[in-house]
Design a protein around this ligand. Structure first.
Ligand code: PLP
Length: 429
C-alpha cells in the first residue's frame, strides 16, 4: 500500500492488501490452503522461532485473514490485530493473555446479551470471573477493581439500548489502576468511534456485523493499540515473564509494542484454535470497502426514524443517543462525532404483547437475532437475545420487556417508516 493512503475511505479499500504478487489478482484472493510450503529447513525453523513472520498453517496465519487483520488495525489506529472465528471468540482471545485462574475482569452492565452470559457463566469454567458495574458510576468501577482484576471491559455504543460509554473517563480509571481497557467497538465501528483515541488498550469486534455488513459470515477481531506497558506492574506474566507455553520466550521484551499480537497468534490461536477462516475474511474485506458509505446512511436513516417514532403517540419512548432527549446525547460529540450508530430500542404502548404483535406485522424489517446488516432488522430482546438474563439484568442491559430493538438498515428511510407505521397500527389496534 502506498504511503499516501492515509484517509479512512482510502484505508478501508487499500490497507493490508495490494495486487496479488504472483497473479496480479486485484481483489484479495481466498487463500484456501491449510499449509504453506517452507523455502527450506532454516526458513521453517525461523518461522517457528518467531524470528521471521510468515505463513505456516492456517490455524495461526493465513494471507487472506492477514489482509483483514491489517485493514482493521489500520482503521482502528492499532499496531496489530488477531482474526478470530466470531466476536465471542475475540472476547476470549482478548482476555486470555491477561487472565489466570482467580483473576477477574470488571465489566459494564450494558453489554450484548451473549456477552453477559459469557462473562457471568462460561468464563467461570476457566477460573475467571466478571464483576458487573454501572459504567456511569466511576467510583463503582474503582470500588470493583481489586488486586486480582486484570482488565476493564465495555462497549463503546452499547447494544441494545442506545447507550454511549464515556470512554475517556473509564480509560482514566483503568489507567490509574494500571489496567488495560478493552472496548467492544462492534456497534460503532471505527468510522463512528476510535476507542484508542479515548485511551483504550484493546478493541474487539464482531466482524459479523457492520464490518462485513451483509449478514454472510461470522468473525471477530482483537486489535492492539500497542500502547500498554505489560511489564510495569508484574500483573501480566504471560507477556512480561518467560512464557512456558513458548519455550520461555519473553513476549514484551522480544516484540515490544507487538507483544500482545504475537502472543495472541503464537499461543492464543495455536492452542485455543478460534481462528477466522479465509473465506470469512474475504467476505469481510469486501464489506469493509464500503464501511464509511454504509455507516453514514445507517446513521442518517436512524436519526430520521428515531425522530419519527419519538413523535408517534403509539410509542412510549425511544432510546437513541442521537436524539436530544437522550441522557447520552451530550456524549455523541465527544465519543462518536459522526453519529450515535443505528441501533436503538423503542417502547410500544401495550408493552410485551404489543411488541410481539409489532414484530409479526413488519414487512421490510426482518425478525432476526443479528445487527449491523444492510437490511433493517428487528427483535424483541427480552424474549430472545436477552432471554437468559433475569429481569434486573434485562433492565440494566437496556432490554426491558416493553421495548423492541431495531438495527436500522440502508434502505429508503421513507419505506422503513411506512413499514413501522403499518405495523404499529396492527400492534396497538
Ligand atoms: C454480535 C456481537 C457480539 C458477538 O459476536 P459474534 O460474532 O456473534 O460471536 C459481541 N458483541 C457485540 C456488541 C455484538 O453485537
Amino acid at each position: 500500500m502506498s504511503d499516501l493512503a492515509k484517509g479512512f475511505d482510502t484505508l478501508q479499500i487499500h490497507a493490508g492488501a495490494g495486487p496479488d504478487p504472483t497473479t496480479g489478482a486485484r481483489q484479495v484472493p481466498i487463500y484456501q490452503s491449510t499449509a504453506f510450503v517452507f523455502r527450506d529447513a532454516d526458513h521453517a525453523a525461523r518461522l517457528f522461532n518467531l524470528e521471521e513472520v510468515g505463513y505456516i498453517y492456517s490455524r495461526l496465519t493465513n494471507p487472506t485473514v492477514g489482509a483483514l487483520q491489517q485493514r482493521v488495525a489500520a482503521l482502528e489506529g492499532g499496531v496489530g490485530a488477531i482474526g478470530c472465528s466470531s466476536g465471542h471468540a475475540a472476547q476470549i482471545m482478548a482476555l486470555f493473555p491477561l487472565m489466570a485462574p482467580g483473576r477477574n475482569v470488571v465489566v459494564s452492565t450494558r453489554l450484548y446479551g451473549g456477552t453477559v452470559t459469557q462473562m457471568t457463566q462460561t468464563i467461570r469454567r476457566f477460573g475467571w470471573s466478571a464483576t458487573f458495574v454501572d459504567f456511569d458510576d466511576l467510583d463503582a468501577i474503582r470500588a470493583a477493581i481489586d488486586d486480582d482484576t486484570r482488565a476493564v471491559f465495555c462497549e463503546s455504543i452499547a447494544n441494545p439500548g442506545g447507550y454511549i460509554t464515556d470512554l475517556d473517563a473509564v480509560a482514566e480509571v483503568a489507567r490509574e489502576a494500571g489496567l488495560p481497557l478493552i472496548v467492544d467497538n462492534t456497534s460503532a465501528t471505527p468510522w463512528l468511534c476510535r476507542p484508542f483515541e479515548h485511551g483504550a488498550t484493546l478493541v474487539v469486534h464482531s466482524t459479523t456485523k457492520y464490518l462485513t455488513g451483509n449478514g454472510t459470515v461470522t468473525g471477530g477481531v482483537v486489535v492492539d493499540s500497542g500502547t500498554f506497558d505489560w511489564s510495569a506492574s508484574g500483573k501480566f506474566p504471560s507477556l512480561s515473564e518467560p512464557e512456558p507455553a513458548y519455550h520461555g520466550l519473553k513476549f514484551h521484551e522480544t516484540f515490544g509494542k507487538m507483544a500482545f499480537t504475537f502472543h495472541g497468534v503464537a499461543i492464543g490461536l495455536r492452542d485455543l484454535g478460534m481462528t477466522m477462516n479465509p473465506q470469512a475474511a474475504h467476505y469481510t474485506l469486501m464489506g469493509i470497502e464500503t464501511l464509511s458509505l454504509r455507516m453514514a446512511r445507517h446513521v442518517e436513516n436512524a436519526v430520521k426514524i428515531a425522530n419519527w417514532l419519538e413523535k408517534d403517540p403509539r410509542v412510549d419512548y425511544v432510546t437513541y443517543a442521537g436524539l436530544p432527549s437522550s441522557p447520552y446525547h451530550s456524549r455523541v460529540e465527544k465519543i462518536c462525532p459522526r453519529g450515535a450508530g443505528a441501533l436503538f430500542t423503542f417502547a410500544v404502548k401495550g408493552g410485551y404483547d404489543s411488541c410481539v404483535k409489532l414484530i409479526d406485522a413488519v414487512e421490510i424489517f426482518s425478525h432476526v437475532a443479528n445487527l449491523g446488516d444492510a437490511k433493517s432488522l428487528i427483535i424483541h430482546s427480552a424474549s430472545t437475545t436477552h432471554r437468559q438474563l433475569d429481569a434486573n439484568q434485562q433492565v440494566a442491559a437496556g432490554a426491558p420487556p416493553e421495548v423492541v430493538r431495531v438495527s436500522i438498515g440502508i434502505e429508503d428511510a421513507d419505506d422503513l417508516i411506512a413499514d413501522l407505521d403499518q405495523a404499529l397500527a396492527k400492534a396497538t389496534a
